[in-house]
Design a protein around this ligand. Structure first.
Ligand SMILES: Nc1ncnc2c1ncn2[C@@H]1O[C@H](COP(=O)(O)OP(=O)(O)OP(=O)(O)O)[C@@H](O)[C@H]1O
Ligand SMILES: [Mg+2]
Length: 199
């Protein structure tokens, strides 16, 4: 039976899709079969040049089919579900069928406010500092966001995924299958993190 890892959350633009793709890519790099399940209403991406497959979960019946497939699949594969944002009902459905729930959030008041509420709503979810500034002058402020969440939800924060321009290629319709070394490292590190929390 394959495991299901989901990236969800109401706030748009916090890195759900980016990190879901990066996880699927990184898992494949680690030798773990991975599929990416798309649930938003955008155009379905092609997996022709990708090392992982893309599954259409854009309608609830399709999503349920994807979950059924994951449950039937033998071996140690991982299905990575990308939530669409702004759809509480779909997020609750995805959360209910996930082995690991990850809530990406970015370094700003609004995102931290939303993720704090969702940490309470999904008591087993992990928060992931996403697109995290690496050498920001605001490093003290950014660290404060993590400290504040850690104080309220101890032990439920993952190490930040850094802002890395090269990672953006992964979510493009025109992705050509090759990633620059910083993006490869990003994918591998994130996939390792996901494997750790799956244990
Ligand atoms: N680690 C990162 N480094 C650089 N850019 C990033 C990173 N993570 C996300 N981004 C950029 O931030 C933007 C939003 O990311 P993404 O589309 O993954 O968010 P989302 O949560 O899926 O949004 P939506 O709710 O609209 O689906 C994109 O332009 C993406 O390229
Ligand atoms: Mg998205």
């Amino acid at each position: 039976m394959s495991k299901i890892v989901s990236f969800i959350g109401e706030k748009g633009g916090v890195g759900k899709s980016t990190n879901a793709h990066a996880t699927a890519h990184g898992l494949t790099m680690l030798g773990i079969p991975a599929a990416y399940v798309m649930t938003d209403n955008r155009e379905l991406l092609s997996d022709e040049e990708r090392v992982y497959s893309i599954i259409d979960g854009r309608t609830v019946p399709q999503l349920e089919q994807a979950v059924a497939t994951a449950k039937q699949t033998e071996g140690n594969g991982i299905f990575v579900i990308d939530g669409g944002g702004n759809r509480g009902a779909v997020d609750s459905l995805i959360a209910s069928i996930s082995d690991v729930i990850i809530l990406p959030f970015t370094a700003d008041d609004d995102s931290v406010y939303v993720v704090a509420r969702e940490m309470a709503q999904f008591p087993s979810a992990w928060a992931l500092p996403s697109n995290w500034p690496t050498n920001s002058k605001a490093a003290v402020v950014d660290a404060g966001y993590i400290e504040k969440l850690e104080a309220n939800y101890p032990g439920r924060l993952l190490a930040p995924t850094p802002a890395t321009h090269a990672i953006r290629d992964l979510v493009l319709q025109t992705f050509n299958g090759s990633l620059l070394p910083p993006a490869q490292r990003y994918c591998r590190n994130l996939a390792r993190k996901v494997c750790d929390v799956l244990k």
